[in-house]
Design a protein around this ligand. Structure first.
Ligand code: AMO
Length: 432
């Protein structure tokens, strides 16, 4: 039996026509004279109606024995029916069970019984059968499509860099060590060094969408130990230029999702507000001054606490940039201002709830870069492969990294980052 239609492709106008649908037995309701089998596929629900008086007794027997969530395929005739959910029902001519589901089920898929997040993550395959959860991942797909399209139009080339590496890129956050034959290696924290090397390679504008690994101990609602980052790097552009690319991208992604994802937004009960551009720019000094109004006294040179971020976010109320960060709290590759080297050309792009992206114009002078690596307490010898690319003609360049999960969760107003990852990796969870 070959599927002829997804549920969403069937219309009442197809009255009398024969179709074959495939999906899961969402619900079976036996009302005596009439039995309903609701089949759920990726796109929605189909009501299969069996009239006791006229239906083949074998089909009725099959349906009465189907356990909920079993995989079935149904061939039947479309019958216009105003009372049915989509204005039609299917009168079956053949029903087959392709994959029997055991009962009881580990969780409910109809949305009638709530399950906590841990239970849902333990049986994620079943959780994603729920239209609500599936809608999140359908929107993620639309976001990534939109980003790829935007990047392509802006002249960026998609690259893939290694995830098994020998050195750290982001001082500060810890690395996951792994055994690489007889040596120790690490899971990469960021494509940073490789995307910069591509500037020396002359690719001019590159982007990558890939995993980043952070061995951070903290257990919060916005941190993962394995996240997905959208990274760009572009030659002959400065920090201002790549900030403009970033805000344009965010706006484009929102409008694309509003346009192509309305069905999923409705399922999630989300009304998207497309952010206006340009995003507000405040300096780090202004940010700590706003935070001090909340009673949080940040010493110049300290990072912003989560509480300060929330307070500033509430004050500003929309996406914004924090620019001109103290050099000492940004990575070695951020370019210090020439006339005041304690401040650098780095920025963070913020949603009122949290940081979404950080980036900078980069140091492109070999000598300065070597010095900055040492000043940050790292050993330049470990960066030989990276530094070499700066010795034979490296253009000025800038870039940023944007967290996919944070973009998605803030767009949809979702509280916990684990909701927007298929199989989250956090301090406690390594399976499934
Ligand atoms: P940064 O470390 O700020 O910058 O990371 C960039 C963005 O990636 C996301 N992100 C995370 N999301 C969830 N859980 C985590 N543990 C996590 N860590 C990071 C955030 C963050 O803003 N190399 C630089 C980028 C650059 O300068 O180009 C970097 O990695 O959304």
């Amino acid at each position: 039996m070959k599927r002829t239609h997804y549920s969403s492709q069937i219309t009442p106008e197809m009255n009398g026509g024969s179709v074959t649908v495939c999906g899961w037995a969402h619900e079976i309701r036996d009302l005596g004279g009439i039995t309903f089998l609701i089949v759920r596929d990726r796109e929605g629900l189909v009501q299969v109606t069996l009239f006791k008086k006229t239906i083949d007794k074998n089909l009725l027997e099959i349906v009465r024995n189907i356990s909920r969530e079993s995989v079935v395929t149904v061939t039947g005739n479309v019958k216009k029916e105003a009372k049915a959910p989509n204005g039609y029902e299917l009168v079956p001519t053949d029903i087959k069970v392709l994959g029997k589901a055991e009962s009881p089920l580990p969780m409910d898929t109809t949305g009638k019984v709530d399950a906590d997040l841990d239970t849902r993550l333990d049986v994620r395959f079943m959780d994603i059968r729920r239209p609500h959860t599936q809608a999140i991942f359908r929107i993620r797909h639309l976001i990534l499509n939109s980003i790829r399209d935007f990047m392509d139009r802006e002249g960026f080339i998609e690259i893939t860099t290694p995830k098994i590496v020998a050195t750290a890129t982001e001082g500060g956050t810890a690395l996951f060590p792994i055994t690489y034959f007889e040596r120790e290696a690490f899971l990469n924290q960021s494509p940073q060094l490789f995307k910069q090397i591509m500037m020396s390679a002359g690719l001019d504008r590159v982007f990558e969408i890939g995993p980043i690994f952070r061995a951070e101990e903290h257990d919060t609602r916005k941190h993962l130990n394995e996240a997905t980052s959208i990274d760009i790097e572009a030659s002959f552009l400065d920090n201002q230029d790549v900030m403009v690319i970033l805000e344009n991208l965010v706006q484009r992604v929102y409008s694309d999702v509003a346009e192509t994802g309305s069905k999923y937004l409705r399922t999630l009960g989300v009304e998207l507000e497309i952010p206006g551009i340009p995003f507000k720019r405040i300096t780090y000094d202004e940010a700590i001054s706003i935070a001090s109004d909340s009673g949080d006294n940040i010493e110049w040179g300290d990072d912003l606490s989560t509480e300060s971020e929330h307070y500033i976010g509430k004050t500003i109320g929309e996406h914004y940039f924090i620019i001109d960060w103290p050099t000492k709290i940004k990575p070695f590759y951020a370019l210090p201002y020439e006339n005041r080297s304690q401040v650098c050309r780095a920025f963070d792009m913020m949603h009122p709830r949290m940081e979404l992206s950080s980036g900078a114009q980069r140091v492109h002078s070999y000598d300065l870069l070597r010095r900055r690596i040492t000043e940050q307490g790292l050993n330049p010898d470990g960066f030989d492969f990276y530094l070499k690319a700066f010795r034979y003609g490296m253009p000025p360049h800038a870039g940023w990294g944007l967290g996919v999960e944070r973009l998605l969760m803030t767009m949809l107003g979702i509280e916990n980052i684990r909701e927007v990852v298929l199989f989250p990796r956090d301090r406690r969870r390594l399976s499934p």
